[in-house]
Design a protein around this ligand. Structure first.
Ligand code: NAD
Ligand code: UPG
Length: 460
């Protein structure tokens, strides 16, 4: 990586999930000395053995080279991690609670451990996605621990620094960010200066470092994800209308995206959005709105449209094969919630596979990297090993087609974009493709002798 190594700050990152690991590795790459802490000893063992627990392009190389250079360390030792960093990033999970609100127990546990053990000034940075007001809770938790030790006067700052990286492109998103949002208390020049100098090597245009008050920074993260999820649900809803009216949602997407006021991004209709962020953050924003006496009709609709969209592939299969799919075999291409990751959290494939199993179909599923993670989560979803439910996880796209009546595409991995259509037509008994990601030209499918059902486009 051609990044200048101008820095040498001491940094602790708490949590080695996607965000923690990318944050730690990229900050070490800049010459900082980073210690990453996790309570999950299995993850730390993998990292200390030269591996990484997730699939993220480019990350393994940065982790390995910085670990070898002694700039990046992994530990389960809380005392050591608290002692190490002047900057303490909290990058733990904030999963949805039963009522949809963000569960802050991991964030506050991390804050308490800092307060319990710190002996000098710390900047405590909320990197996790947390609701407005969380920085105040973090501050209170740290102050409470300090008070219990009789150290109420010990100085610390709390900063909000939400992360906007996308899985599959996480390293590039972190090292070449569109913007970095930093929320600091008014007058906390020391924390603001440390954050500015930390991010200076990543930001060529200084306007891209947006320093604001803490509550606005916390809110910005939810607003960004809610806006993106809204665009997707909007296009998914329009895609249903397009199908009924005989319009092509892909042409409509290009037609509206060329207006710079609308822009081209996040307008792809598909099998519904998944992942660890949009579903939970839309829910959490809806919950925050309700708690503040302003129920969000928008967020309720975005979520409802998405839940329905995750059923779209099963609905299309039913439109061809009726209600009972016993005796049918389906090839499934793509299991991860999006390409270039093995993340199966809230993946639309899980909804489809549950329906295929419920209706008695046999499934031959392939994903370039998510098979192992898929086997784990499907066992939890189905209550038995996938094979016992009729799902065989295979090692190639071609293998998935063997003996299949039809193909269902759920994730748009690059290797699915240019198949040999003649081979596909002869491999599939019914010469039929259900495409949840609009990968192919309908006219080309027709010419190849394939029946093709995609999203928001005329069937052929
Ligand atoms: N995944 C993404 O692409 C992404 C992007 C931007 C923001 N976020 C947000 O960042 C946060 C983290 O997301 P993630 O996907 O990296 O989470 P994750 O669930 O993959 O990882 C969280 C890690 O924190 C560890 N942990 C929990 N409590 C701990 C503690 N007290 N001390 C040390 N480690 C602890 C867990 O063991 C786990 O390894 C969430 O709030 C998420 O919404 C995620
Ligand atoms: O036009 C589109 C774009 C995306 N998706 C789906 O939306 C989901 C989320 O995709 P993406 O946003 O690329 O992945 P994430 O890694 O979940 O990243 C989102 O969530 C992160 C966690 O908060 C944020 O940091 C990122 O900025 C935000 O893009 C996936 O299921 C995609 O298939 C669509 O259906 N249509």
């Amino acid at each position: 990586m051609l990044l200048s190594r101008a820095h040498g700050m001491k940094i602790t990152v708490i949590g080695t999930g996607y965000v923690g690991l990318v944050t730690g590795a990229c900050l070490a790459e800049m010459g900082n000395h980073v210690v990453c802490l996790d309570v999950d000893a299995r993850k730390i063992d993998i990292l200390n053995s030269g591996g990484i627990p997730i699939h993220e392009p480019g990350l393994l190389e940065i982790v390995r080279s910085n670990a070898a250079a002694g700039r990046l360390e992994f530990t389960t030792d809380v005392a050591r991690s608290v002692a190490h960093g002047t900057l303490q990033f909290i990058a733990v999970g904030t999963p949805p609670d039963e009522d949809g609100s963000a569960d802050l127990q991991y964030v506050l546990a991390a804050a308490r451990s800092i307060g319990r053990l710190m002996t000098d000034y710390k900047v405590i940075i909320d990197k996790s996605t947390v609701p407005v007001g969380t920085a105040d809770k973090v501050r209170a938790a740290v102050a409470d621990e300090l008070a219990q030790r009789g150290h109420s006067g010990m100085a610390f700052s709390v900063v909000s620094n939400p992360e906007f990286l996308k899985e599959g492109a996480a390293v590039a998103d972190f090292t070449r960010p569109d913007r970095v949002v930093v929320g600091v208390d008014e007058g906390d020049d020391r924390a603001a200066m440390l954050m500015r100098s930390l991010y200076a090597p990543f930001i060529r245009n200084r306007d891209r470092l947006l320093v604001m008050d803490i509550k606005s920074a916390e809110f910005t993260k939810y607003a960004a994800n809610a806006m993106l999820a809204t665009r997707i649900s909007f296009m998914n809803e329009l895609s249903r209308l397009a199908e009924v009216m005989g319009a092509d949602i892909e042409a409509v997407r290009i037609g509206i995206g060329s207006d710079p006021r609308i822009g081209t991004h996040f307008l792809y209709a598909g099998a519904g959005y998944g992942g660890s962020c949009f579903p939970k953050d839309v829910k959490a924003l809806a919950r925050t709105a309700a708690e503040n006496g302003l129920p969000s009709q928008m967020m309720a609709a975005v979520e409802a449209v998405n839940d329905a969209q995750k059923q779209v592939l099963a609905r299309k299969v039913a439109s061809v094969y009726g209600e009972d799919w016993r005796g049918k075999t389906f090839a499934v291409w793509g299991l991860a919630f999006k390409p270039n990751t093995d993340d199966m959290r809230e993946a639309p494939s899980r909804v489809l596979l549950a329906e295929l199993v419920r209706r008695g179909a046999q499934v031959r599923a392939y994903d370039p990297v998510a098979a192992e993670e898929a086997a784990r989560v499907l066992a939890l979803d189905l209550g038995c090993a996938p094979e016992q439910a009729g799902i065989t996880l295979v090692n190639s796209a071609t293998e998935a087609l063997s003996g299949a009546d039809a193909l269902i595409i759920v994730t748009e991995w690059k290797e699915f974009r240019t198949p040999d259509f003649e081979a596909l037509a002869s491999a599939l008994r019914d010469r039929r493709i259900f495409d949840g990601r609009n990968l192919y030209e309908p006219a080309l499918m027709r010419d190849s002798g394939l029946h093709y059902l995609s999203i928001g486009r005329p069937a052929c």
